[in-house]
Design a binder for this molecule. Sequence first.
Ligand SMILES: [Zn+2]
Length: 187
Amino acid sequence: MSTGFDTNMVAALVRASDAASQQYQDRPCENCGADASRPYVFQYARTLSKQSRTVGDTTTTTTSFGDVSARAAGLCSGCVDQHRRKISRQFQRGLIVAGPITLIGLVFGLTTPDSDLREIALVVALMAGIVVIVSIYQLWSYRDEDNVGRRKALALHQPALEEQGYDSFWAQFSLDELKERLAREQG
Ligand SMILES: [Zn+2]
């Protein structure tokens, strides 16, 4: 994972996620009430402070978090699948719109004799190209059922947690990944 968490933060995420998993009891799906559900764990915290330090050309921002917590939400496979299809459709639409713009911008930019138009066309192609790359990445990451379940669980609970003052949320980490990272950092 590419976040700049320090070892203490990773340890706090593991502790919270472990506790949430252990406290989880079989319950109906929190989204539709269906009987068969399984837990999906996401993490959240409050931002305490952000400090930026610039050394040479590189600026590093260190964020410290408080109240690092996790929650296990029970969801049925039907609701997870529905969420996957809904999000996938959004990124598919992004691809359908941005794909042709990238191509047209590139072809036009590389063939027009007008240097101003060339610059505009290539910038448009670059921006649309970024949308294409992000869409493909998202579609790829949403193939993982566990990942989709965690995001759906977070989407269900985030509004209430925001009202309680939480402002940082993570659904991209599986407990196994967090544990592996902690083991690596502790050597
Ligand atoms: Zn459900």
